[in-house]
Design a protein around this ligand. Structure first.
Ligand code: ADP
Ligand code: MG
Length: 379
């Protein structure tokens, strides 16, 4: 049995090393340039977060608050730390299905309890939700509807069944056999999903017993929206590029006036780029690919983007989708939806939203919206 795994562990180590290197660069460059550049590489929301912020001189970095700050410790945090904190809060308070205190975990726990108590079939639970969660879910539901259910965050049971982290760990351990989900398990998980079975009404969500929400397809894009909001309240930050896993935010201007350049990974050639996007001002760029989390078993690629029709990793012919849009949550939702739909329907969906899209098929064929052709520079 031939096995290969994704390299999350290695990436984490690299990120830690890079963080130290970048800190050194920042400190040695302090106060010399007219616009100061702050750069950091960290992990948050289970992925790598890279930040490059351009700030007008005088922006509080670690220097400003003097003795008071030293006394308070955390008060001397710089902007990059604040952004990391914002991501940690988003994960811990709202999105995570692993952290019991998050709002999503709370909803899932109630639905699970109802099932454990014997609530199958038509039994539902109603759980109060915050107005921001309600707004978020309404936007997500719209993309589910527009994509015919290709993107559906009620996928929780199924995504846990296809736990790529566990499968990859098993693949590393040659002694253990990889246990792919069985047809029966997949069918059972499919029966517990379906966004159209959920009701959102003012202040509450009603969902079937046992259904589990997984906001993995939209979390990083939403994170970029929150970062954008934060930056809009920081007039001294004049430009930024922040990446949260496969989601990127470009914001403001570069001090030298040149466009932002965002590299798109080559889905099949490791450590190379397919090309670069040249962008001016604020944009949200989201990429979904089958090369991020996967295992190969007997030459078959099992990845983390699931098709709600088959219950298996999507086989639409695509291996990568990049969306450029003015909203992070929607860019992320659309990249997942388009991946599942395939080139033709994916392109139509992106166009319907007025989003720019780059879709890559396994044989290397590229599909682009008109606007994408103007900003994409092939390698
Ligand atoms: P990434 O998380 O790598 O950026 P995506 O944005 O495409 O990739 O989201 C994939 C994640 O979303 C999966 O890890 C899983 O948690 C969840 N997911 C998988 N398939 C779907 C789907 N069809 N609809 C909604 N969520 C999905
Ligand atoms: Mg996505």
């Amino acid at each position: 049995m031939k096995r290969k795994m994704w390299k999350k562990g290695r990436i984490r180590i690299l990120a830690a090393i890079s963080a130290i290197v970048y800190q050194t660069v920042i400190l040695s460059g302090c106060g010399q340039a007219p616009a100061r550049q702050l750069t950091s590489v960290d992990t948050a929301m289970g992925t790598i977060v890279t930040q490059t912020l351009y700030a007008k001189p005088g922006t509080a970095q670690r220097e400003a608050a003097g003795e008071e700050a030293a006394a308070e410790g955390a008060a001397a945090e710089d902007e990059t730390d604040r952004i990391l904190q914002l991501l940690a809060d988003l994960e811990e308070r709202e999105l995570s299905w692993r952290i019991p205190d998050s709002e999503i975990a709370g909803i899932n726990a109630r639905a699970q309890e109802a099932e454990t108590e014997g609530g199958h079939g038509e039994k539902t639970v109603t759980v109060p939700i915050s107005s921001s969660m309600e707004k978020l879910l309404l936007q997500i539901w719209q993309v589910s509807e527009d994509s015919g259910g290709a993107m559906d965050v009620t996928v929780g049971k199924l995504s846990r069944l296809w736990n790529l982290d566990e499968l990859a760990a098993a693949a590393e351990d040659e002694a253990s056999r990889i246990q792919l989900p069985t047809a029966r398990q997949i069918q059972a998980a499919l029966e517990e999903m379906g966004y159209e079975r959920v009701q959102l009404s003012e202040g509450s969500i009603t969902l079937p017993a046992g259904m589990q929400l997984d906001l993995g397809a939209v979390g990083k894009g939403l994170a970029c929206d929150r970062i954008s909001e934060y930056l809009h309240g920081q007039p001294r930050i004049t430009g930024a590029v922040v990446t949260v896993g496969g989601s990127v935010l470009t914001y403001g201007q570069k001090p030298d006036g040149t466009p932002w350049r965002v590299a798109i990974m080559h889905p099949r050639k490791e450590d190379s780029y397919l090309g670069t996007l040249e962008l001016t001002g604020e944009h949200h760029i989201s990429t979904s690919g089958d090369y991020e989390r996967y295992i190969l078993v007997d030459g078959v690629r099992y990845h983390h983007i699931l098709d709600p029709v088959t219950g298996c990793p999507a086989r639409s012919g695509l291996c990568s989708v990049t969306i450029v849009y003015d909203n992070g949550l929607l860019a992320d939702a659309l990249s997942t939806a388009c991946f599942v739909l395939g080139a033709e329907q994916g392109l139509a969906l992106a166009e319907a939203y007025g989003a720019e899209a780059l879709l890559v098929e396994e044989d290397g064929t590229l599909y682009m919206t008109e606007g994408m052709q103007e900003i994409f520079i092939a390698e």
